[in-house]
Ligand binder design. Structure first.
Ligand code: B12
Length: 377
């Protein structure tokens, strides 16, 4: 039966296939608790809200005997984000289109085969009841990288993971006898220093975390955010075992026109980016991200000779600054300050007169100080 399941996975396009038992994952609950105690888990819920549950599938599925684990490689199909240009934003490769689709289909086919043979089969992908990477490592299809990504020799870290819990007792695979050795290329590659040690991520500094989290984007991370709108690939890009896959890329998917994104309706945004994980599907988070990216891609443009290039961006941001959403006003104030120049100063000063919300008022004051300081330099 295991060989038949492997064949189904291969036919469906999976990069890896392995089996592990359903026993508790040693050290995982402690690791999650450590991330919660240190604050490294930031505002993440998922597996972090119930460490015991995430580390032991039998707590959710007492009948489970085995976990069938699969991986799906989405590069080169994801394409490269293309070259940066002002006014455009970047989407991480795992989200350029719904790459989970193929993974879900493969997992569903395996679950169906198990059920047709009279067994249970429960698909777990990005589920709070399993740490997907721990399952992949123990099933021998990947090793734990220092970026916390798991990787395999052929695809590097460019893998999505899924598991099927089953009551079938299948022969298990051995874990890979590999690790990153002396390579630590991902650690300095993180633009915000979020990888605080091998295998240890401080999510409070991880751009990917904040891009999918509602609320005010931390001010110290706004400039390092650069042109990112959703997800961050920097620690994956730096990972040598993944270079081979990146070399296969020739197209330029994964860039979005930021002004176009900001002019889209909620329905249009959910239609285009409905596959993103955005809590409670709030398009406002995407708009907030696009506003910051717009400020970054036109940074200091207003005070340079090429200032005309950003005049359209300033018009759009000025609209948002006068709009009903205080969170978008707050981030627009920052973006206008980042663009700078006399027009930015005029817009910010004008908004100050009308703004009543204290948090937005202080953001306007900071933006005005930044823009005025930059102009005087
Ligand atoms: C929460 C979460 C996030 C959070 C936190 C990530 C994190 N590093 O924990 C945020 C939002 C930041 C995030 C970002 C991303 N994520 Co995410 N995320 C998850 C989720 C839902 C849970 C992860 C989890 O439970 N971690 C638990 C903690 C305890 O694990 P840990 O901190 O890594 O601790 C382990 C290591 O330290 C290791 N370890 C212990 N000692 C040592 C020592 C050494 C030397 C080493 C090397 C390791 C090591 O053991 C610990 C566990 O026991 C999973 C889906 C799922 N249900 O599993 C997807 C998942 C991990 N994410 C995924 C992806 C693709 C991403 C992004 C690449 C997306 C993007 N491009 O923006 C980024 C990558 C950022 C990064 N470097 O991790 C994939 C990863 C696939 C892979 N190949 O690894 C997953 C598995 C989703 C999926 N189904 O495919 N993610």
């Amino acid at each position: 039966m295991k060989e038949r399941l492997r064949q189904i996975a291969i036919d469906a396009g999976c990069a890896g296939f392995g089996v592990t038992d359903s026993g508790e994952f040693a050290g995982v609950a402690d690791a999650i608790e450590h991330r919660n105690e240190t604050g490294f888990s930031g505002r993440i819920r998922f597996t972090f809200k119930s460490p015991e549950l995430a580390a032991d599938v039998r707590r959710s599925f007492p009948w489970a005997e085995s976990l069938v684990v699969i991986s799906w490689s989405y590069v080169p199909e994801a394409g490269s984000p293309g070259s940066a240009s002002a006014g455009t934003g970047r989407i991480a490769r795992f989200a350029t289109v719904d790459h989970y689709n193929g993974l879900r289909r493969a997992a569903g086919a395996i679950a169906t085969e198990l059920q047709e043979r009279g067994h249970r089969g429960e698909v777990l992908i990005d589920d709070d009841r399993l740490v997907d990477r721990a399952a992949a490592v123990r099933a021998g299809i990947a090793w734990w990288g220092k970026s916390t990504m798991v990787l395999d020799p052929k695809h590097g870290p460019w893998l999505l993971l899924g598991s099927i819990a089953t009551d079938a007792r299948l022969p298990t695979d051995d874990a890979m006898r590999r690790d990153c050795g002396s390579c630590d290329a991902c650690i300095p590659a993180c633009p915000t220093g979020a990888i605080v040690g091998p295998g240890m991520l401080d999510a409070r500094r991880c751009l990917a975390h904040w891009l999918q989290t509602a609320g005010v984007f931390p001010v110290e991370l706004r400039a390092p955010l650069g042109d990112r709108v959703y997800g961050c690939d920097d620690c994956l890009d730096a990972c040598p075992p993944g270079f081979k896959r990146l070399g296969l890329i020739s197209d330029t998917q994964g860039r979005v026109d930021l002004l176009d994104l900001l002019s889209a309706t909620d329905t249009e945004l959910l239609g285009r980016y409905g596959h993103f994980y955005i809590p409670r599907r709030r398009p406002r988070i995407l708009r907030r991200n696009a506003i910051l990216a717009l400020g970054n891609t036109y940074a200091d443009c207003g005070s340079r000779d090429d200032g005309d290039d950003c005049s359209h961006a300033l018009v759009v941001l000025a609209d948002l600054l006068a709009g009903p959403d205080e969170q978008l006003r707050l981030h627009s104030a920052w973006a206008i300050g980042r663009i700078g120049g006399s027009e930015a100063i005029r817009l910010l000063a004008e908004a100050q007169g009308a703004e009543r919300v204290p948090a937005v008022r202080s953001e306007l004051a900071a933006a005005l100080a930044a823009a005025t300081g930059a102009t005087q330099e």
